[in-house]
Write a protein of this length. Structure first.
Length: 179
């Protein structure tokens, strides 16, 4: 009986409760994590962003780049994601800008197994590494992130659906977002 009385008293007040689910509400105004998040948003054009971070001790290898590629492609395939940035994307840019195409296969072959993004002697790779270290990967290459820019239309609904797809492993299939 007491439970019913408490429910009757609490219910009207509970219908007026509002929650703030923004990232800013999770941290204090001067929290360094919030400042880093705000700097990241500014860096990426003030769009809403989603950062998928993961540990990968093998990031500076072919298998690490393949994992980064897989996560990048999965996240990019989700409805509402307008652009992505990851170690795989940056490494592709470093390889593209650093490649010299000679006819008939003439020229040196690249025997270095280290991805270009992570080579200190590669001017393009080391430049991109310096700029994006702390955003898409850690300085020691033990952690990586896929940064996704999100279309702000129906953002909460899209993010909920996207999170379900990622957690179920179905992100690389056709997205049900448009249904």
């Amino acid at each position: 009986m007491l439970g019913i009385v408490l429910l009757a008293v609490a219910y009207p007040a509970s219908t007026r409760l509002q929650t703030d689910q923004s990232v800013q509400s999770l941290f204090g105004k001067d929290d360094p994590t919030l400042r880093q998040y705000q700097a990241l948003k500014t860096w990426f054009g003030n769009d809403e962003i989603l950062v998928l971070m993961y540990r990968d001790e093998a990031l500076p290898s072919d298998s690490g780049m393949r994992r980064s590629e897989q996560l990048t492609r999965q996240l990019k395939s989700l409805d509402g994601v307008t652009a992505v940035l990851s170690p795989w994307v940056l490494n592709g840019a470093a390889e593209g800008m650093g490649a010299v195409a000679l006819p008939f296969g003439i020229g040196e072959t690249d025997e270095n197994p280290l991805p270009r993004l992570m080579r200190p002697d590669d001017p393009v790779g080391s430049g991109l590494n310096e700029i994006f270290s702390g955003y898409t990967h850690s300085v020691d290459f033990s952690h990586a992130a896929v940064v996704a820019m999100i279309d702000q239309l129906d953002l909460p609904k899209r993010l909920t659906r996207s999170a379900r797809l990622l957690s179920s492993g179905k992100a690389n299939r056709a997205s049900p977002m448009s249904r």
